[in-house]
Design a protein around this ligand. Structure first.
Ligand code: NAD
Length: 297
């Protein structure tokens, strides 16, 4: 078998077009331009690239973006004060704090200061709790993008066995909860899982979110499985590699996502949709899709 590639570039463009149309609706019918505020502390090169990408995506969708580039010495109190201003600002609909933060700032304290209605990353405990309980919420963008890719492949998660490798709060756990919402039977694997290969081989849908290049090889994949590669690993060759060994796995899987050109682009696109949704929620405007109720969108 030679797996079909789920093209993140094409899908991300579709999602961004959906966001751009929603922006037009909000502007024309409600006089609102969705606005995303991004806080970047310090000069981590990868974070700077990610934030520039978000600015570009906002511009492409007609979303206003405000990026606050703060020096690495910014104190936690200063950052919290800035967040309080943005929380109170009615013209700002989404707030995102770019992670990682410098060591002297506690990420949880900062994330907790984002009001749930502006939590377009879906990282606050309130959003996580709502996702856990199956309530409308902002879903973290990476898992939301993964589900979108599975749906785009024409695969319905309902009744399937989904295996998620990785249990982080921003990818693995919310991906598992989202699959559960879609009525999959879900297994979560992690660094202490014995015989990872045997568990992976039982997966109809396999999501790899670990951060270890090439961890998932073809012999770990059930023939015909859908394989979603979240991993982003910079190789010694300077190139980006996923957690999935593309060559051996694509010989076994039915669908596979590439790295680069896969989940990463979807993550960015889903942020646009979450931001539009945050603005729409203030108007009661029905955009015809719902990220906050992510079973179908
Ligand atoms: P993390 O380090 O927070 O979590 C990694 C998880 O992998 C942990 O739960 C750990 O238990 C598990 N793990 C580690 N070694 C393992 C092993 N040998 N077998 C099974 N499980 C193992 O990482 P994260 O933030 O969830 O990110 C995971 C990867 O996804 C990274 O490569 C990251 O760069 C990438 N990522 C990509 C996107 C995107 O948009 N594509 C977004 C977020 C993260």
């Amino acid at each position: 078998m030679s797996a079909k590639i789920i093209d993140g570039k094409v899908l991300a463009e579709e999602v961004k077009q959906m966001a751009a149309l929603a922006v037009q609706t909000l502007q024309q019918q409600h006089g609102i331009t969705p606005c995303l505020a991004v806080l970047l502390v310090g000069d981590d090169p990868a974070s700077q690239v990610y934030v520039r990408g978000k600015e570009n995506d906002c511009a492409a969708c007609g979303i206003a973006s405000r990026v606050y580039r703060l020096p690495a010495q910014t104190t936690q109190a200063e950052l919290l004060a800035r967040l309080a201003d943005l929380a109170a600002d009615d013209t700002v609909h989404g707030i995102l704090v770019q992670l990682p933060l410098p060591r002297h700032i506690a990420p949880d304290a900062v994330i907790n200061a984002i009001p749930p209605e502006k939590d377009v990353d879906g990282f606050t405990p309130v959003s996580a709790g709502r996702l856990l309980r199956g309530e409308p919420c902002f879903v973290p963008c990476t898992p939301a993008g993964c589900l979108r890719m599975i749906e785009a492949a024409g695969v319905c998660a309902e009744g399937k066995h989904a295996v998620v490798v990785g249990r982080s709060n921003i990818v693995g756990k919310p991906a598992a909860l989202l699959l559960l919402r879609h009525n999959a039977t879900v297994t979560v694997c992690h660094s202490r899982t014995p015989d990872l290969a045997a568990v992976c081989r039982t997966a109809d849908i396999l999501i790899a979110a670990v951060g270890k290049a090439g961890l998932i090889t073809g012999d770990m994949v059930k023939p015909g499985a859908v394989v979603i590669d979240v991993g982003i690993n910079r190789g010694a060759d300077g190139k980006l590699h996923g957690d999935v060994d593309f060559e051996s796995v694509s010989a076994v899987a039915s669908y596979i996502t590439p790295v680069p050109g896969g989940v990463g682009l979807m993550t960015r696109a889903m942020l646009m949709l979450n931001t539009v949704q945050a603005a729409a929620a203030k108007t009661g405007c029905d955009l015809g899709f719902s990220v906050k109720n992510p079973v179908r969108f």
